[in-house]
Ligand binder design. Sequence first.
Ligand code: UDP
Ligand code: MG
Length: 319
Amino acid sequence: MDSPMVSIVAPMYNEGSNIYFFYERMTSVLGKLNLNYEIVCVNDGSKDDTWERLKEIADRDARVKAIDLSRNFGKEVAMTAGIDFCMGDVIIPIDADLQDPPELIPTMIDKWREGYDVVYATRIRREGETRMKKLTAHLFYRTIRKMTNIDIPADTGDFRLMSRPVVDALKQLKEQHRFMKGLFSWVGFKQTSIPYLRDPRHSGKSSFNFWKLWNFAIEGITSFTFAPLQLFTYFGVTVSFASFIYAIYMIISTFLYGNPVPGYPSLMVAILFFSGVQLMTLGIIGEYIGRIYNESKRRPLYLTREVVGAVEEKQSVEY
Ligand code: UDP
Ligand code: MG
């Protein structure tokens, strides 16, 4: 019987300074496994020499497959592209900056052999990251969990093992707005987690900032729930009810006590407050409509410029 094949998927954006270290460390871990493996690297429109270096490695080592996207599509899409090119029985997306320790892979594979379909790695410490990032990340996970019905495990990145059935399920989710953490959880299957220490970046700079994380959170929320829209239904009902009571009070006080109807300040506050609420609601509706618009265009998720050593599984990209 053939031994199972492991596919590693690494999205890369300006990782030229990390790529050799990544390759060395990866192959030294995978070499000890006595399994077939492939390392699928996706160059996500890097501005540095990532692609040149990647190609060089892929030319030298047949187990390394290199995919060059036509421009920067973002990590989620780059990862999806990589997954489309994978041939393995188990697939492991991993960051190319060595923040996710490849040394965890043997443990993940053991868990897979025990019968789990998804083995995700949960961070118990984040080194070299600012307090701000830790706090925002913390809030992010809690908010998403509270707002959506999908149980997205906290402090879990994209570093995880997935079995072939999970990946095939994932490929059936053809949405343009790909909130991968959510999609991973949505598909279900038998899941387990292993704890790990998240290392600082090997070198280079994280491309994430607060604004990106904020947009990421909006992406997560709008991809999995329309609770924000519903929220304003209830808010509207409450306000209508309160204003009805207030109207009765006004009528009575005018008739009984001859109230001369003062109240420019309260009028102003009410108008401004509710204009704000209405604009905000419009904005929230807009977030959803914009996504409907994007989905309806049915554009391909990504375009490739060059592929070295890999064949795309065609059926998976007919979006
Ligand atoms: N990445 C990518 N495209 C992007 C941004 C990032 O493929 O537009 C890759 C990057 O090369 C790395 C992984 O995604 O392998 C995680 O990126 P980063 O380290 O910047 O994020 P963080 O670790 O801070 O969450
Ligand atoms: Mg990183």
